[in-house]
Write a protein that binds this ligand. Structure first.
Ligand code: TTP
Ligand code: CA
Length: 367
């Protein structure tokens, strides 16, 4: 697929911004979030800080006592990390971002790559408006700001994003990628650490541009084929890796408690129909197809049971779920005399191939 449009989204000063969100009164003060090791009051390290604190020279990884010293005399606020809270905020944002892309690859709690080629019809002109729309939705629904980098691949998107923070939006078109990279220090490339950049420096390679024009055979001679080629391609803004959904949901399900324990098909169906509707909504948002439908029961005696059906062809519609759930439920009620207390609906067996095919098809339709 030519001319991909890939975004990297990176939430601004994430842990500290989450803290500002739940306590807006600290917003204009230096905010430092840290891991307290507990040995003495100040022992531990800074996880992150807001931009007010950064102006005082506070950095991630710095010992807390040092950050305290830098912030002496200010009205700085020091807080311990609360991962559960940050994870919750993160999943709410990721959920919204998912609706803006064909595939989303979450790389950390505050970073995700999005392939939006289809959504912007392969056009870089359309991405600014599209990215701004995402920013506005996340800001109004969750209250968090983020920076966006857009490029023809993940590598360019990442470096674009890093170039302007916070609340940044940097778009690098395919034809601009090489000149955008050229003046940057070579250690901006993933995989070029301290040791490698020293070695490159000794070869006269200081910028990404220097690396791009260095003889690839010489690079291979020093770093071997894989790494040598990787450096050469990266410096030339080439990256063919795709945006891969990680840890894709194995299933989509909903469970609910009946208003009263029951053995009545029509009564239980009211509940399962509600649950089916929600499951089907999730499925259609993700544009996935499923092959398996299951119903889960918790009975009056609190034991649980489940029943499943496997479809001959993958399906994606609500009606198929509804019909299968009804059959499974009916059969189950015939087999047991106990009343049902809770009931769940689940679909699984998603096909990735089907998903890729769909993307490809709509890509061709749009082009
Ligand atoms: P980053 O994205 O590196 O930093 P950030 O979100 O705080 O700031 P910005 O993106 O605006 O530059 O890291 C994401 C979170 O990971 C960060 O909020 C806290 C955590 N973190 C640590 O706990 N220790 C660290 O050394 C770093 C770099 C980050
Ligand atoms: Ca961040």
């Amino acid at each position: 697929m030519q001319n991909r449009v890939v975004m990297l989204i990176d939430f601004d000063y994430f842990f500290a911004q989450c803290e500002e969100l739940r306590n807006p009164s600290i917003r204009d003060k230096p905010v430092v979030v840290g891991v307290y090791s507990g040995r003495t009051e100040d022992s531990g390290a800074v996880s992150t800080s807001n931009y007010v604190a950064r102006k005082f020279g506070v950095k991630s990884g710095m010992p807390l006592f040092q950050a305290k010293r830098k912030l002496e005399g200010s009205d700085a606020v020091f807080l311990p990390v609360d991962h559960v809270y940050y994870d919750q905020i993160s999943s709410r944002i990721m959920h919204i971002l998912r609706s803006y892309s064909s595939s989303l690859e979450q790389v950390s709690v505050d970073e995700a790559y999005l392939d939006v080629t289809e959504q912007v019809l392969g056009s870089f002109e359309k991405t600014r408006e599209y990215a701004l729309k995402m920013k506005v939705e996340v800001k109004s629904k969750v209250g968090i700001s983020f920076s966006v980098g857009v490029g023809p691949n993940k590598l360019v998107a990442k470096i674009a994003c890093d170039s302007q923070k916070p609340d940044g939006l940097t778009i690098v078109k395919p034809e601009e990628a090489k000149s955008f990279f050229s003046p940057l220090p070579v250690d901006q490339l993933l995989g070029v650490g301290k040791k490698t950049s020293l070695k490159m420096d000794s070869l006269g390679i200081k910028t990404i541009g220097d690396l791009a024009s260095h003889d690839v055979q010489k690079l291979i001679g020093i770093w071997g084929k894989t790494l040598g080629l990787y450096f050469h391609n990266s410096a030339n803004a080439i990256d063919n890796s795709s945006v891969q959904e990680q840890g894709e949901a194995e299933s989509i399900s909903r469970i609910g408690t009946l208003k009263q324990d029951s053995h009545d098909l029509a009564f239980i169906l009211q509940k399962t129909d509600e649950l089916t509707k929600d499951v089907a909504k999730d499925v259609s948002e993700k544009k996935w197809s499923f092959r398996q439908i299951s119903v889960y029961f918790v009975l009056t005696n609190l034991t649980s049971k489940s029943r499943s059906a496997t479809l001959e062809q993958p399906a994606k519609d609500e009606e198929t779920i509804r019909k299968n759930v009804k059959d499974l439920l009916e059969k189950f009620l015939n087999e047991t005399r106990l009343d049902v207390r809770r009931v769940g609906v689940k679909v699984s067996g998603f096909s990735r191939e089907e998903k890729k095919q769909q993307q490809l098809t709509s890509f061709f339709q749009n082009n």
